[in-house]
Every structure is written in structure tokens, then in C-alpha cells.
Design a protein around this ligand. Structure first.
Ligand SMILES: Cc1cc2nc3c(=O)[nH]c(=O)nc-3n(C[C@H](O)[C@H](O)[C@H](O)COP(=O)(O)O)c2cc1C
Length: 277
């Protein structure tokens, strides 16, 4: 991992426009890091070992707290703190309660019944909210730990929670998959925007609906978001080496968020088969 970080090429930057400046340091100063790389939060796979290793290497490690029960998140934060005194990021999901349409659910269950039977899985379960939502307990954890960075997926929490998080001194990031989402996040107080293209592994943080939402590629999205907001922009989606990081900077990004490429690290909590693939 250290080798990968050191291999990033640098571009001479005296007296050039914002779009091709290197290194652009606004994000480094904001997050208190040395390398403009955020290891993406990846629920279930970016555990404390990976977070601490990345943060200790001078980039920003991110713990994917989204799917974790609250006691699991607290335990993993303590593990990070034992292994690193560098800035790190705690990531949560800010999605609203899902509206379950009984008729659609019935249709889906009927379609799945054949496959459940084929695989001997029993009856198809009723749909439910599969992930914990951002709540008072999670807010309390943030206010107790006061990590340098908090990132949200699927929008941002309500204004009262945002105010408390920012009063606690945390820098808040969130993902946008369109220009409109980026503007909305900035208006709601995000300190930097992650412009997440369709190439992104895992799931996209889309939180609005409409044509093309979540389908814009990273190379097209990043410069549009850079032009639309005043806060630093972090490029995410399909970035896996120094060339792509340089390209993101050339498009105006101040940093990159990388997920899939970190799955090959020995510290990632994935099985050997997954890592190999
Ligand atoms: C396995 C996996 C799990 C992910 N889980 C999360 C998550 O819990 N929260 C989040 O904000 N982003 C999550 N993401 C998306 C990343 O934040 C990031 O946008 C994406 O990995 C960037 O694209 P890349 O994988 O091509 O580098 C996940 C990505 C992967 C690959």
C-alpha cells in the first residue's frame, strides 16, 4: 500500500489554473492528511486494520459503519484508536426509512419463490429495512469519539444532527452522483463533496430520483461538480492507480476516494477467494 501511494506521479504546477494544479492542498489541510487519497468506507470489508494502516501511511482510512450494530462500531473505533493516532473517517448511511409497497413486495416475493424453492431456502421473507439508519445512538458515538472526518452515504442527516457534528469539530463529507445532488449537499453544510461516478464499486450514494441519476461516469461528473460547488471535490469510481489520480486532479478534484483497489490489501477484511478475484 505504501508503495502504491509513493508511486503517484506529480505534475508541475506553478502558475497553472485550478483545473491542472498539482498538488492542490485544500483537501489535505481540511482532513489533516499527507496524501490526497481516501480509502473508501466499505461496509463489512474496510475494518480497523485497513483503516489504521491507511491513516498511518498518511492517507485517510474510513470505517464503513453503515451496516454495523452500534456496539460493533464502537468496538471497531477503539481498535483503530489503539493502532493509530492519525485522522480517520467514520461513515454512516443517511437514508430515509424505506417505503414498503405491499403490492410490489408481493410481486417480488412471487417472482423469487421459484428460486428460493430451487435452492432450498424456505419461504421468501417479507421485505424490511436491511440496514441500520442514522439515529441518536450513532450521533452520540460521533460526539463521543469526535473523529476528524465523518462521511455520509445517501444524503446527509437532519440539520440539527449536522449542527452538532460540526460543533464537535468534525469535517463532513457526502457522496453526490449528479450536479444537483452536489449542490444540495453543499447547501446542507457538507465540507467537501465526493463526486461518485457510475464506475464506483459497491453501491452508489444516489439520494434523489430522476433520469440518469447515478449513471454519470466519473470523468464526466467530476469537472461539472467542480464548476458547480465551492468546496473541495473528491473523485470516486474506477480510480485504481496514479494515472487515474492525476486525471482526477486534472479535472479539478482535490483528492480521490478509492475502494475496490484497496480490497487487494492484506489488511482488507475479505476472504482469500474474494481478494484473488
Ligand atoms: C465492497 C464495497 C463496499 C462499499 N461500501 C460503502 C459504504 O459502506 N459506504 C460508502 O459510503 N461507500 C461504500 N462503497 C463505495 C465507495 O465509497 C466508493 O465510492 C467506491 O468504492 C469508489 O469506486 P471504486 O471501487 O471503483 O474505487 C463501497 C464500495 C465497495 C467496493
Amino acid at each position: 500500500m505504501m508503495n502504491q501511494i509513493r508511486k503517484i506521479p506529480s505534475i508541475p504546477c506553478e502558475r497553472v489554473s485550478r483545473s491542472i494544479q498539482w498538488p492542490r492542498t485544500d483537501l489535505l489541510e481540511l482532513l489533516g492528511i499527507t496524501h490526497p487519497i481516501i480509502q473508501a468506507p466499505m461496509g463489512g470489508v474496510s475494518g480497523p486494520a485497513l483503516v489504521a494502516a491507511v491513516s498511518n501511511a498518511g492517507a485517510l482510512g474510513s470505517l464503513g459503519c453503515g451496516p454495523l450494530p452500534i456496539h460493533g462500531a464502537r468496538h471497531q473505533v477503539q481498535e483503530i484508536q489503539r493502532a493509530s493516532n492519525r485522522p480517520f473517517n467514520l461513515n454512516f448511511f443517511a437514508h430515509p426509512a424505506p417505503r414498503i409497497d405491499a403490492q410490489a413486495a408481493g410481486r417480488v416475493r412471487a417472482r423469487l419463490a421459484f428460486y428460493y424453492g430451487l435452492l432450498g431456502l424456505g419461504s421468501v421473507p417479507e421485505p424490511s429495512d436491511p440496514l441500520p439508519r442514522f439515529d441518536e445512538e450513532r450521533l452520540e458515538l460521533i460526539l463521543e469519539v469526535r473523529p476528524r472526518v465523518i462521511s455520509f452515504h445517501f444524503g446527509l442527516p437532519p440539520a440539527t444532527a449536522m449542527a452538532q457534528i460540526k460543533r464537535a469539530g468534525c469535517i463532513v463529507l457526502s457522496s453526490a452522483t449528479t450536479v444537483a445532488e452536489a449542490k444540495a449537499l453543499e447547501a446542507q453544510g457538507a465540507d467537501a463533496i465526493i463526486a461518485q461516478g457510475v464506475e464506483a464499486g459497491g453501491h452508489r450514494g444516489t439520494f434523489t430520483s430522476g433520469d440518469g441519476v447515478g449513471l454519470v461516469g466519473t470523468m464526466a461528473l467530476v469537472p461539472q461538480v467542480v464548476d458547480a460547488v465551492r468546496v473541495p471535490v473528491i473523485a470516486a469510481g474506477g480510480i485504481a492507480d496514479g494515472r487515474a489520480i492525476a486525471a482526477a486532479f486534472a479535472l479539478g478534484a482535490s483528492g480521490v476516494q478509492i475502494g475496490t483497489a484497496f480490497l487487494g490489501c492484506p489488511e482488507a477484511a475479505v476472504s482469500d477467494v474474494y481478494r484473488e478475484a
